[in-house]
Design a protein around this ligand. Structure first.
Ligand code: AMP
Ligand code: ZN
Length: 462
């Protein structure tokens, strides 16, 4: 596989430290609110990456952290007048539900920051002992960027290091590059949140969290570190500085960043108020599968403009694939997989070649749709043998191990499907046949056939 490495800005052959096993770390959510679709662009990209690696035969160990202590979570818990863990617990639960809705394969581990404060304290201690971190008068600890000459290697254009200047916030602009906080001394605003440390009561900064937890679970050097481009500076730059200054080893081999999901040219973000959550999309009648498809279908390094009409487009595309699969099933009957027709073998090869080249999803999807078009044509002419249809069906399912967008054959109808069936019944009762047919088609696009029997409607997976 080849991937674009932000460190060095070029496409490189992916060679894991352990030949057969890829270790990757993913910056996860700050659990102070529901994640928005922009955040999920990053998680869907990482899911595509891990699925493609597994498809290529690698074992994958992915670690995704949960940031459950920082300014935003503390502020939220205080506003809600509940303990921090109860507040963040709600959003952790919601996050895992959303991952399921989007068919994102679970990471191997989801360490929470609050469970790893001793590891962070130990790492900060190491940095102080090495002389690259220092305690300030208020009991906070800062990383001294002047002591780490390689600082700025990842983001490349870090300017004007201000010797001795400090930033206490976790997020800041490149113009303000300065010594950043590893440990933040307790203050009023923290309420009852705090841990004892050699430097007094306080809490860890955001950056140290990812260094401590990634190295704990993946080793001091590992293969891939991912996130959205906004994580590159200062977060990932600071992670490199902390980790390499402490261990003297190279921290991560391949840094991969996805471009932003944008709305009218601006990053989708909580702070800009231009965001949609997955729940918003579902309330408008869209499924997780449709959202996943939109997020997946643009190359991860290209900005992706989010619109509702893109979700409609996803519905149409997925409908074509479902249709193709239903027709293949009919032709295959009970046949076992036979030889692949040329047009299907061509799609398989094109899919493999494009996804192994830095996850070239557009060409991969084009290959799948070309296959569907050709397959329809051949089947309509009666020219596909049952064994061949079974072979194509197997191929389609195999490609979906990477894409994760096809409706699952053994799926039980979800609550949205059941609601549609009820809505259709209601329309039929008042003889609104047009509406009933519209809903039937909607169910069809979701992969369900509805048959009207004497004792009511029956659902069958297409
Ligand atoms: P946060 O909860 O803000 O730390 O973000 C979690 C993940 O979502 C990080 O990898 C961010 O880089 C990513 N992210 C945030 N906003 C966007 C966006 N609009 N498009 C793509 N990724 C994003
Ligand atoms: Zn991180």
């Amino acid at each position: 596989m080849k991937v674009f490495n932000t460190l060095g800005r070029k496409i490189e052959e992916l060679v894991p430290l352990d030949r057969t096993h890829v270790r990757m770390y993913t910056c996860g959510p700050t659990v102070y609110d529901f994640a928005h679709i922009g955040n999920f662009r990053a998680y869907v990209f990482e899911d595509l990456l891990r699925r493609r690696l597994k498809h290529a035969g690698y074992r994958v160990t992915q670690v995704m952290n949960l940031t459950d202590v920082d300014d935003k979570t503390i502020r939220g818990a205080r506003a809600a007048k509940i303990p921090l863990s109860e507040f963040t617990g709600r959003f952790k639960t919601a996050f895992f539900e959303d991952l399921k809705t989007l068919n994102i394969d679970p990471a191997e581990r989801y360490p929470a920051a609050t469970d790893h404060v001793p590891e962070m304290i130990a790492l900060i201690r190491r940095l102080i002992e090495k002389g690259v971190a220092y305690r300030s008068n208020d009991g906070s600890v800062y990383f001294s960027i002047a002591k780490f000459p390689a600082y700025g290697r990842l983001s490349q254009d870090v300017v004007g290091r201000k010797a001795g200047a400090r930033v206490a916030q976790d997020e800041y602009e490149k113009e303000n590059v300065a010594d950043f906080a590893l440990w933040k001394a307790w203050d009023e605003g923290d309420g009852d949140v705090g841990w004892d440390s050699p430097w007094g009561r306080g809490r860890p900064g955001w950056h140290i969290e990812c260094s401590a937890m990634s190295m704990k679970y993946l080793g001091e050097s590992f293969d891939i570190h991912t996130g959205g481009v906004d994580n590159m500076f200062p977060h990932h730059e600071n992670e490199i500085a902390q980790s390499e200054a402490a261990t003297g080893k190279s921290f991560v081999r391949y840094w991969m960043h996805c471009a932003h999901l944008v709305v009218d040219g601006r990053k989708m973000a909580k702070s800009l108020g231009n965001f949609y959550t997955l729940r918003d999309a579902r309330n408008r009648g869209y499924t997780g599968r449709e959202v996943r498809y939109v997020l997946l279908s643009a190359h991860y390094r290209q900005a992706l403009n989010f619109t509702l009409s893109a979700l409609d487009g996803a519905r149409a595309s997925l409908g074509r694939l479902d249709e193709f699969r239903a027709q293949l099933r009919e032709v295959a009957g009970g046949a076992g997989g036979g030889s692949l027709p040329d047009w299907a073998a061509k799609a398989r090869d094109a899919f493999k070649a494009s996804t192994e080249n830095d996850l070239g999803i557009s060409d991969a999807l084009a290959a799948v749709f070309d296959m569907a078009r050709e397959g329809h044509r051949v089947m309509n002419g009666g020219g596909l043998k049952p064994g061949e249809a079974a072979g194509v069906l197997e191929l389609l399912d195999d490609l979906d191990r990477v894409l994760g967008v096809l409706a699952k054959p053994d799926e039980k109808p979800g609550s949205d499907v059941e609601a549609l069936v009820r809505a259709r019944e209601a329309a039929r009762r008042v003889k609104n046949w047009q509406e009933a047919d519209r809903i039937r088609n909607r169910l069809k696009s979701l992969g369900w056939e509805v048959k009207d029997a004497a004792d009511g409607p029956k659902l069958k997976k297409r």
